[in-house]
Design a protein around this ligand. Structure first.
Ligand code: GLN
Length: 512
């Protein structure tokens, strides 16, 4: 494995700035890494070697010309296949979009291009971001770099696994109910769901528009902050975009990394822990809390009684919005067209045949659930009640912010489960997001940082939540925790994935 792929994004920038390496070299090292391990991991649906290398060349040229460059210029990145990439197939992990070539870039992708981050490829995901394991991808699952027989989380398992397997230092994800944070937790990486409206959703294929948010994935807190700073900020093309500058996330990460959390008030969400949570996950969580307390933060218990209804409310609101958003896949405007096997070829029969063939079972389940919840006579009982619960959850958060600056919990109740283990039990799969969903319902930001290895030797995640627009707190807490833990571990947790025996099944190219 080329040593360049082991560096953090921030370290890569230092070497690029001092001209010790070029972006072309760096990008090629990652393309080689993908070539050697992605057969086993399957983090990428598509790699874009020519595009990435051309962008890397442009980054090198810009640097050589003495141009004032954005911080991450020249550092390659992976992009979840739910974000539109101009001229490049974008499938959302679905058969129905097998052949969709967007005519425009998502705003966040445009920002990557303007900031000279070469795009290595598009990453695997559960179909239309519905799932917690990437097993609902129409193109086959992604494997967890820590144990190839296990899931990498979902829906953004591809982005998390790519970063965790050192195929990319950075990735973009999207988080509707946990799809950035839960994969980060189970792959030993860092993932952030920014404040709703803090990062543009223009060109993010919509799943549940009131919950969806784009965010960064990396192997450490500072790199995540640097990427957040590149993609964040107001976008007139997104009606829900906040008219705010990007919060001071990089400064906050640096503050945290220097151990500065003195006086920060931390609240432990009583409802998100204990029964139903794996013992080893809870142990790592408690140890992390103790470390933060040791640095001078204060810790107290906080109760959020409405959280117990969050999962139920989410699984009404999300399918309702998704059923409406996915109506656009009608065989006429995007993607594949399938003619009916028998009978007349009408608009309706083509639409039916295309959706029947193009959508997978989980997507169909949610369209049916959502359409039902929105139908006349049931709307108030289902969708209406769920919206009321949403208000209650927001009030729980408001009450909590009177007492504390951040709330914390384990990110995911368990470590990575086995591929296939929960595929036939949707409810068990949905429970993977019990701790991440309240955040989306309230529109607030959340981070997942590795807290160590649980009793089964697999990564566990520590989640921190902050009030809307206060994303900076997440990076401060995350940075402080990471610095304290890495002191103990002697380096980043992600690096340990390279040492474990399952990794030996991943054929390494002998390129250093
Ligand atoms: N796993 C959750 C779901 O299946 C969250 C998905 C997401 O955040 N996109 O809906």
């Amino acid at each position: 494995m080329n040593r360049l792929t082991r560096l953090s994004a921030a370290e890569m920038v230092t070497l690029l700035d001092s001209r010790e390496i070029s972006s072309v070299e760096l990008t090629q090292a990652h393309l080689d890494r993908i070539e050697s391990v992605d057969g086993a991991i399957h983090a990428f649906l598509r790699t874009l070697p020519e595009v990435a290398l051309a962008e890397a060349e442009a980054a090198d040229a810009a640097r050589a010309s003495g141009e004032d460059l954005p911080e991450l210029a020249g550092v390659p990145i992976a992009v979840k296949d739910v974000l539109a990439t101009k001229g490049l197939t974008t499938t959302c992990g679905s058969k129905i979009l097998r052949n969709w070539i967007p005519a425009y870039d998502a705003t966040v992708v445009k920002k990557l291009r303007e900031a000279h981050l070469p795009v290595l490829g598009k990453t695997n995901m559960d179909e239309f971001a519905m799932g917690s394991s990437t097993e609902h991808s129409a193109y086959g699952p992604t494997h967890n770099p820590w144990d190839l027989d296990r899931i990498p989380g979902g829906s953004g398992g591809g982005s998390a696994a790519a970063v965790g397997a050192f195929e990319a230092p950075l990735a973009l994800g999207s988080d509707t109910g946990g799809s950035i944070r839960q994969p980060a937790a189970v792959t030993g990486t860092v993932g952030v769901k920014p404040t709703y409206g803090g990062v543009s959703r223009y060109g993010l294929v919509a799943m549940a528009s009131s919950l969806d948010q784009v965010g960064p994935v990396a192997r450490n807190v500072l790199d995540t902050a640097l990427l957040h700073a590149v993609i964040g900020g107001h976008d007139p093309k997104d009606q829900t975009s906040l008219n705010d500058p990007v919060p001071p996330v990089v400064e906050a990460a640096r503050l945290g990394l220097a151990g500065d959390v003195k006086g920060l008030r931390i609240g432990v969400v009583q409802e998100l822990g204990g029964s139903g949570f794996q013992a080893g996950v809870m142990d790592r969580f408690q140890e992390a809390l103790a470390l933060l307390e040791g640095l001078g933060a204060t810790v107290r218990q906080v109760s959020c009684p409405s959280f117990r209804y969050a999962l139920g409310a989410y699984y009404l609101i999300m399918p309702s919005e998704a059923s409406s958003n996915l109506a656009r896949f009608d065989a006429m405007r995007y993607g594949i067209r399938v003619d009916p096997k028998a009978g007349p070829v009408t608009a309706e029969s083509v639409m039916g045949a295309t959706r029947e063939a193009g959508f997978g079972p989980e997507v169909k389940r949610r369209i049916i659930l959502g359409t039902y919840a929105l139908s006349a006579g049931y709307y108030d009982a289902y969708y209406g009640s769920a919206q009321k619960v949403r208000t209650l959850i927001q009030r729980d958060f408001e009450a909590a912010w009177e007492q504390v600056d951040v709330l914390v919990s384990p990110t995911s109740p368990t470590t990575a489960f086995k591929l296939g283990e929960k595929l036939d039990d949707p409810l068990a799969m949905y429970l993977a997001d019990v701790a991440t969903i309240p955040v989306n319902l309230a529109g607030i930001p959340g981070i997942s940082v590795p807290s160590g290895l649980a009793e089964d030797g697999l990564p566990a995640g520590f989640q921190a939540l902050a009030p809307a627009r206060a994303d900076a707190f997440l990076y401060q807490v995350g940075g402080a925790l990471e610095a304290a833990l890495e002191d103990k571990w002697g380096g980043p947790l992600a690096a340990q994935a390279l040492e474990i025996p399952t990794q030996s099944r991943v054929k390494e190219a002998s390129n250093g």
